[in-house]
Write a protein that binds this ligand. Structure first.
Ligand SMILES: Nc1nc2c(ncn2[C@@H]2O[C@H](COP(=O)(O)OP(=O)(O)O)[C@@H](O)[C@H]2O)c(=O)[nH]1
Ligand SMILES: [Mg+2]
Length: 282
């Protein structure tokens, strides 16, 4: 049972008494002590959905929450141990989309696409679900290793909103976990869902557009073959192909200059080198 007395909600099925979620004592907050790790978890989401609150709660760090002008921090990292595995958590900048119209979107997108996190948690505002699903669907185009945190559930309840999270999980094809991060509600379930996706116990099957027109399908197939030849090991050539067809300037430039591979390496290396922006004054 989770803190609010409701059954554990993951798409793994019935609650299990031996699962780590039943003992939040299994969570060891490592703060910045994360020399080596088994899995990397990215926290993505629209601004003000509670990403940093979740980040602080699970790592024990104190990254500033709230938005203030002139904030230069783009990304914070911290660690935790859960279920015998060490996790590095990366708090990405808030974005409404991954279509790269701003630096923040670029940072978030490059990390999800090229940093190859083991799990991407998309933190959503349960009171503005429709607007938030835009980013969710974009992330699910890139990766199937995702968990949706349905945050601000306390606010949703206050507005008499009820969300059928099981149905949502089914429709999206990835685990959906209701949370109220400020009070810690649902955090054990979220950790458990992250753990299950990271370890491969739960494999997401995201809903993706299948009915492409034949001309688009052909163009994508052709491009995918070329991209895979030029950039072996790229995590999602199909997504890159779609972006190219859409005229995404950054991706076009990266392909032209042969930088897609560099972008890939760069994002992975950054994981080691970014400094922790703790307690940055407004
Ligand atoms: N009521 C409520 N407030 C929350 C919850 N999670 C975060 N907040 C608040 O929402 C604001 C934005 O949170 P923050 O973590 O900075 O969001 P971020 O921009 O996604 O990193 C802060 O004032 C948090 O205290 C929640 O579950 N319920
Ligand atoms: Mg934040």
């Amino acid at each position: 049972m989770s803190k609010n007395g409701s059954p554990q909600r993951t798409i793994a099925g019935a609650p299990c008494e031996t699962c780590p979620a039943h003992n939040i004592g299994n969570l060891k907050k490592l703060g910045i002590n994360m020399d080596d790790w088994d899995y990397v978890v990215a926290l993505a989401g629209n601004p003000n959905t509670g990403k940093s609150t979740i980040f602080n709660t699970i790592t024990g760090l104190h990254q500033h929450t709230g938005n203030w002008p002139g904030k230069t921090v783009t990304r914070a990292e911290g660690g935790l141990e859960y279920g015998g595995k060490r996790y590095k958590i990366v708090d990405l900048p808030g974005t409404y989309s991954l279509l790269s119209t701003s630096l923040d979107e670029e940072v978030a997108r490059d990390f999800i696409l090229f940093g190859q996190p083991d799990v991407t948690v998309i933190v959503t505002d349960a009171t503005r679900l429709e607007r938030n699903l835009n980013l969710v669907l974009q992330v699910l185009e890139i990766t199937n290793r995702a968990v949706v945190a349905l945050n601000l559930m306390d606010e949703a309840r206050r507005h008499n909103l009820t969300i059928d999270e099981r149905r949502l999980a089914r429709d999206l094809g990835v685990p959906v976990v209701p949370t109220a991060a400020r009070s810690g509600e649902g955090i054990p379930d979220l950790l458990q869902a992250i753990h299950e996706v990271a370890t491969g116990k739960v494999v997401g099957r995201p809903h993706r557009i299948q009915s492409e027109p034949p001309a688009l399908k052909r163009a994508v197939a052709e491009l995918v073959a070329e991209i895979e030849k030029a950039f072996p090991g790229l995590p999602n050539a199909r997504w890159v192909a779609l972006r190219l067809l859409d005229g995404d300037r950054r991706i076009i430039e990266a392909v032209k200059r042969g930088e897609l591979g560099d972008l890939n390496r760069g994002a992975s290396e950054q994981v080691n080198t970014i400094e922790l922006p703790l307690e940055v004054a407004p």
